[in-house]
Design a binder for this molecule. Structure first.
Ligand code: ATR
Length: 265
């Protein structure tokens, strides 16, 4: 209607994103007069201009803008500031505030994994890696970070503590207890790629992939084949998305119900 509020997911590329599906289903079930659209652009400044002019009430932020968007916002929530990444922008009467709901998603997906004293290999050092590192530190895990660009892994370790891994083969003698993939390697459409050689997978591990499209990445298939516990990114995705709506409209929804809805799609 002419009262419909517009929300968006912004990123580049956006082919993989299920955010419109999740949020529009939420608006339908909850009877909220809003619609989410995807807006893809490589320049974050241009996207922030769009947020202000349309205006977009709620914006979900994804690759590669989660860190670069910070300097364009009017206010950053304290946890998002500590994490160093924003995946949610709420526009209240023209004032843009950045939040990080990925941390809620990570905590939900990994709620029954014991991190205390465990060696945790984090693959990637971008916007999706930061909440994982924050959570691992909070839970008392020992962080090991490997990233294609080693400099970024160093920056992450400087912030959260732990060690940089420069060669994955360093870990062959003593494979990590928990492995988290926060890179885009293996994400649709590059589903035949894995960020980790399968020789590092063992039956004693828990392997979590933040990717939710495809539902089971090559990494998770190989983890299962090795006898490891595999956790896909769908719980995290549903939890972080519903937290975005809780921040905007204040309604709490069942993560598992929406996860089932997404699984059927
Ligand atoms: P996001 O906000 O989703 O984390 P990002 O900040 O662009 O997105 O980070 C993407 C992550 O995937 C980074 O760790 C990136 O590595 P670089 O820091 O070297 O760019 C990683 N990544 C992307 N494409 C990759 C590839 N082909 N191989 C290995 N790592 C890759």
């Amino acid at each position: 209607t002419n009262k419909t509020k517009i929300t968006a997911v912004i990123g580049h590329p956006l082919d993989h994103s299920l955010s419109p599906l999740l949020h529009n289903e939420f608006y339908r079930r909850e009877g909220i007069g809003a619609a989410m659209i995807p807006i893809t652009h490589p320049d974050v400044a241009e996207l922030v201009r769009i947020i202000r002019t349309i205006p977009l009430c709620l914006t979900a932020v994804t690759v590669p803008h989660k860190q670069t968007i910070i300097s364009f916002l009017d206010e950053i929530d304290l946890t998002a500031k500590e994490i160093g990444a924003v995946n949610t922008v709420i526009n209240k009467d023209g004032k843009l505030t950045g939040y990080n709901t990925d941390i809620v998603g990570v905590a939900y997906a990994l709620r029954d994994v014991d991190f205390k004293g465990k060696r945790v290999l984090l693959l990637g050092a971008g916007g999706a890696a930061m909440p994982v590192a924050y959570y691992v530190r909070e839970q008392g895990g020992e962080l090991l970070c490997y990233n294609r660009t080693a400099e970024k892994a160093k920056e992450l370790i400087n912030l959260f503590g732990g060690n940089v891994i420069t060669q994955l083969s360093q870990l062959e003698l003593e494979p990590p207890d928990v492995i988290v993939n926060s890179t885009v390697v293996g994400m649709y459409p590059n589903i035949d790629e894995s960020p980790l050689p399968s020789s590092l997978l063992t039956e004693h591990q828990t392997v979590f992939d933040v990717i939710y499209n495809p539902n089971e990445t090559k990494l998770l298939c190989e983890a299962k084949a090795a006898g490891a516990r595999a956790i896909n990114g769908l719980s995290m995705f549903a939890a972080q998305g519903l937290e975005q709506e809780r921040l905007w409209v204040g309604t709490e929804a069942s993560i598992e119900e929406y996860k089932d809805f997404l699984l059927k799609k």
